[in-house]
Design a protein around this ligand. Sequence first.
Ligand SMILES: [Zn+2]
Length: 84
Amino acid sequence: MASEREITYKYPWIYSRADRSPDDNIVACYDCRLPYPEGNDCVIDNEIWDRISPTGGEGGILCANCMIGRLHFLDIYNVEARLW
Ligand SMILES: [Zn+2]
C-alpha cells in the first residue's frame, strides 16, 4: 500500500503492467518515457533500487534523471551509482 507521500509524487509511484509502456515495442523510462537506452544506463545497489522501483521490486526502467527524482523525493542523497 502506497504511503501518502508516495501518492503525491509527480508520476505514479508503482506502475501496473499495463501502464509500464504505451507500446510494448518501445522500451522506455516508466516515468518520463525517455526511450531506453537513449539516456545513460545507471545502476544502483539493489537495496536502494527496491525503494524507488516503479514496479514495487520487480525491476523496471527508470532513466538516471528519474532515479534521482525518486531518490530525492525520499530524501535519499549521495547514492553510489555506476554509469554505462
Ligand atoms: Zn525518466
